[in-house]
Design a binder for this molecule. Structure first.
Ligand code: C2O
Ligand code: CU
Ligand code: CU
Length: 497
C-alpha cells in the first residue's frame, strides 16, 4: 500500500476523532479549533508536589534482549498508568558502551503494532539503522549487531516506525546511549552520582496524572505538545544534591516542544557537549536552546552552596520570531505552548562536601567536515501548509530515493525554513558542522559548535551545514524531528553510494 494512502487514512481517523470531540455535526477547521482548548491545567500554583527524580536504569548493550511491550509505569507520586516499555522501564534503559566495543541488541516486539528502533546519532551499517521499512510485527524480533565507532557523547534511541514514531516514542519507546572513550576519561569529569542523565519530555495528562497521546487537527500542524514537564518519566521532579560540580546529560525527548534550558537564579551553565559529543572548548552560557532530539552536556557548579539551597532547572520563556502560528497567530491549541516556561528539575542541596572536581580548561579537538572542502551544494526546503509537511515539495515515500550522495565527499547542505513553524532537521549516519545561519537569528549559536546530528531551523532561517558520510554506504534518512511532522511525511530517503 503506498504510504500516501495510509497517510490519508491516518488523517481521516484523526480528524474524525477531533470532529467527534467538537460535538459531532460540525466539521472543518473552526470545529477543530473549538474542540481544542487542551486539557485544563492546574498550573500557576507553587504548591505543586514534587517527586523524586528517577535514576535511569543502565544496561550494557552486549547480548541484550530488548522486549518492547505494554506495561505499567510510575509517573511520580503514585500516578501509575499504561506505557509502552522496553524491558519494563521508563524511560527505556540507558545503554552505556565504550567506543570500539560491539553493540548487540535483539529487539523483541510484543507491542500491538509494528516497531523498529533507531540509534540516533550513531552511524551503524544500513541494516542496523532502523529505517521504517525494517519494522517487525508483533511477536517478531530484529537483531542489531555492529561495532560502536562514535566519539564519547550522549546519544539516544527511539522508535522509527512508519507513521508511528510520534506515538511510540511518546508512549515510552526511547532511551539514552552513552559512549565513553579514553580521551574523555582523561578529563576527569563528574561521574557516578554527579553525572545525571535527564530525559525531558512534555506531556498531556489525564485526571490521574497519566500521560496520553491523542493527537488531532492542530497537533498535526504544530506537533503534539503538553503543559506538563516530565524528566526521566517523573512529573515535576526534584533531585537531592551535594555542594559540588555536577554533569548533566540532557536530551529533549519531546515530540515537538523546544526547550530553552537555564536556571531560575540566572546563574550560568557550562556547556561541554552536544549532539556530536564533546565540544572543542567549554562554553559558559546563561541558557541553551534544545530542540527535539538535540542533546546538551553541561556542568553546573553547586560548590559553596548551603544545605537547604535550591536551584531550579527551567525551560525559559521565548517567542519564535517570524512564526509560531497560522492565521495571524494565537491559533492552534498546543502550539501556544511553544515557548511557554516550564520548571523542569529542582535541585535541592542536602549535603556539603569538599569537591575537587573542576571545569576543564580545554577539551579535545573535534573532527569536523570543513566547509572549504565542499564539492557541491544541495538544498532542502521545509514547507508546512496546515497538515502537509514537505521537503522540496514532497512527502516521504518508503521506496523513493530522494538524494544520491557520494560516499566520503564533503558537501554543503542548506536547510531553508519556508514555513511558519520551527523544524529541527536531523540527518542519519553522520554528524555535520553548522557553518552558517542566515535570516532569523542570523548566527551559529554557542550550543551549535562542534558537530551535530540535529539543527533547529526557525521560520525565515536558512542553515548551511558542512556534511560528509564516511561511515557506511546505504539507505539512510533526513527528516524533521518534530515527530508529528516526521510521521506526516517530512522525511527523505538519502542513498549514500
Ligand atoms: Cu531521532 Cu530518524 O531519528
Ligand atoms: Cu537519527
Ligand atoms: Cu517540522
Amino acid at each position: 500500500m503506498p504510504s500516501s494512502h495510509t497517510r490519508r487514512e491516518f488523517l481521516r481517523h484523526t480528524l474524525a476523532r477531533a470532529a467527534g470531540l467538537a460535538g459531532g455535526a460540525s466539521t472543518g477547521l473552526p470545529a477543530l479549533l473549538a474542540a481544542y482548548n487542551g486539557p485544563s491545567e492546574p498550573d500557576g500554583s507553587d504548591q505543586v508536589a514534587r517527586h523524586l527524580l528517577r535514576r535511569v536504569q543502565t544496561a550494557a548493550p552486549q547480548g541484550l534482549t530488548f522486549t518492547a511491550a505494554p506495561g505499567t509505569a510510575d509517573f511520580g507520586g503514585g500516578a501509575n498508568g499504561q506505557a509502552w516499555l522496553l524491558n519494563g522501564t521508563l524511560p527505556s534503559p540507558l545503554l552505556r558502551i565504550r567506543r570500539g566495543d560491539p553493540f548487540t541488541v535483539t529487539l523483541q516486539n510484543q507491542l500491538p503494532q509494528d516497531v523498529i528502533l533507531h540509534w540516533h546519532g550513531i552511524s551503524p551499517p544500513e541494516p542496523m539503522d532502523g529505517h521504517p521499512r525494517l519494522a517487525v510485527g508483533q511477536g517478531e524480533s530484529y537483531a542489531y549487531a555492529f561495532d560502536m565507532e562514535e566519539r564519547a557523547g550522549t546519544y539516544w534511541y527511539h522508535s522509527h516506525t512508519h507513521m508511528r514514531t510520534g506515538e511510540q516514542t511518546y508512549r515510552g519507546v526511547a532511551g539514552l546511549i552513552v559512549v565513553e572513550d579514553p580521551e574523555e576519561e582523561a578529563l576527569a569529569l563528574p561521574s557516578g552520582d554527579r553525572e545525571v542523565p535527564l530525559v525531558v519530555q512534555d506531556r498531556r495528562i489525564d485526571a490521574d496524572g497519566v500521560p496520553y497521546y491523542q493527537p488531532f487537527g492542530p497537533d498535526l500542524m504544530a506537533g503534539y505538545m503538553g503543559p506538563e514537564p516530565f524528566v526521566n518519566g517523573i512529573r515535576r521532579p526534584y533531585l537531592e544534591v551535594d555542594s559540588a560540580l555536577y554533569r548533566f546529560r540532557l536530551l529533549n525527548g519531546s515530540n515537538a516542544r523546544i526547550l530553552r534550558i537555564g536556571r531560575d537564579d540566572g546563574g550560568p551553565i557550562v556547556l561541554i557537549g552536544n549532539d556530536g559529543g564533546l565540544l572543542d572548548a567549554p562554553r559558559t552560557v546563561t541558557y541553551a536552546d534544545v530542540a527535539t532530539a538535540e542533546r546538551i552536556d553541561f556542568l553546573l557548579d553547586l560548590g559553596g552552596r548551603d544545605v537547604g539551597d535550591r536551584v531550579m532547572l527551567r525551560s525559559l520563556p521565548f517567542s519564535i520570531p517570524g512564526g509560531g502560528g497560522f492565521m495571524g497567530g494565537g491559533f492552534m491549541g498546543g502550539s501556544n505552548l511553544q515557548g511557554q516556561p516550564l520548571e523542569l528539575l529542582e535541585l535541592r542541596v542536602t549535603g556539603t562536601v569538599q569537591d575537587s572536581a573542576v571545569v576543564p580548561q580545554s577539551l579535545p579537538p573535534v573532527p569536523a567536515p570543513d566547509p572549504a572542502d565542499a564539492v557541491r551544494e544541495r538544498s532542502f526546503r521545509f514547507q508546512s501548509q496546515m497538515m502537509l509537511h514537505t521537503i522540496n515539495g514532497r512527502s516521504f515515500e518508503m521506496d523513493r530515493i530522494d538524494e544520491r550522495v557520494p560516499f566520503g565527499e564533503t558537501e554543503i547542505w542548506s536547510f531553508a525554513n519556508e514555513s511558519p513553524l520551527p523544524h529541527p532537521v536531523h540527518v542519519h549516519a553522520t554528524h555535520f558542522k553548522v557553518a552558517s545561519r542566515s535570516g532569523g537569528r542570523g548566527q551559529v549559536m554557542p550550543w551549535e559548535e562542534g558537530v551535530k546530528d540535529t539543527v533547529l531551523v526557525l521560520p525565515t532561517e536558512t542553515v548551511r551545514v558542512a556534511i560528509r558520510f564516511t561511515a557506511h554506504r546505504g539507505l539512510f534518512l533526513l527528516h524533521c524531528h518534530n515527530l508529528e511532522h516526521e510521521d506526516m511525511g517530512m522525511m527523505q530517503n538519502i542513498l549514500i553510494e
